[in-house]
Design a protein around this ligand. Sequence first.
Ligand SMILES: Cc1cc2nc3c(=O)[nH]c(=O)nc-3n(C[C@H](O)[C@H](O)[C@H](O)COP(=O)(O)OP(=O)(O)OC[C@H]3O[C@@H](n4cnc5c(N)ncnc54)[C@H](O)[C@@H]3O)c2cc1C
Length: 310
Amino acid sequence: MLAPEIIDAIKDICRGQVNPGADMAEYCSLKAGGRAAAVAFPPGRDELEVLVSFLRGKRVPYLPFGRGTNLLVKDGGYPGVFISLAEGFSRVEHEREEGSGHLRIRAEGGAPLSRVVELAAEKGGAGLAPLTGIPGTVGGALRMNAGPAGTKGQVGESVKSALILESTGRVTTWDREDLKFGYRTSSLRERDFVLEAILELKPGAPEKIRKEMEAIREKKKSSQPWDLPNAGSIFKNPERGKAGEMIEEAGLKGVRIRGAQVSPVHANFIVNVGGATARDILSLAGMIRDRVKEKFGVLLEMELKVVGED
Ligand SMILES: Cc1cc2nc3c(=O)[nH]c(=O)nc-3n(C[C@H](O)[C@H](O)[C@H](O)COP(=O)(O)OP(=O)(O)OC[C@H]3O[C@@H](n4cnc5c(N)ncnc54)[C@H](O)[C@@H]3O)c2cc1C
């Protein structure tokens, strides 16, 4: 999809860490979707900045990419480059603030969120236990303000600041107020990269944190589908009520369109029972939206990010 000389230049910049024509089903947790012109893994910040500036200059579209746990690429593919920080940006460090005793964690954008949650438990930093079991990277979590279904315990509550490579090419520090976290939203734009985040956590007893994490793990094990590819909740909860309950009451639990099924375990999850295309998943999501609108008069909003062409 991209000229060979552009692919060669991306390879040069990323020291070979590029997959041209990548099948995005391999990279996304739904195990479905089309191809991208390339997935690139810049090994460090210099390379990332050069790559972004090169692509902007050539007018090649690009998007930040974490672990693809909230992303679906349409079957016609994405004609640009997914830039993943998952390889070159995974450092996580911590320090204890004197005086307040707060635990400060500095995590690069490509670091697994689960590693940060574990570290907080080990070192006695409170506030991240509600993120137990959420896959993906720190960057993806900030962009989505990942968290549990309720209003409390979202990642944004623990973020002190973040270092952002803006779509203009500038690198700036954004404080929590600048990030404007909302329900699965932040003020980060499509092409802003979270290079690193600083989380500030009140002191907490490791045993208590671990207990909370264990309880969450147990609850998720029995209430979410673990054995089939999915992307977590497909829809956001509306202002009143829960999307999962509405979908279930609309009689859709277990309903299938070819390889895509409304999970029999949790109705707000769509699972890939084998060979689902992006079209199957989106048709099923469309059916859910129509039925819930008919029954409850509520228009559900997608939580899953969908990109690319039909
Ligand atoms: C089994 C399962 C359970 C889940 N449970 C939950 C849950 O309880 N709560 C919840 O909130 N979510 C949940 N999710 C969804 C998902 O894990 C989160 O949204 C996660 O934060 C996405 O991270 P990612 O790295 O995979 O991002 P991706 O899916 O790769 O990308 C998501 C978005 O973030 C952007 N992005 C990625 N990296 C960066 C970066 N470095 N800088 C800027 N933008 C970036 C992408 O461009 C895209 O717009 C679940 C998913 C699964 C599969």
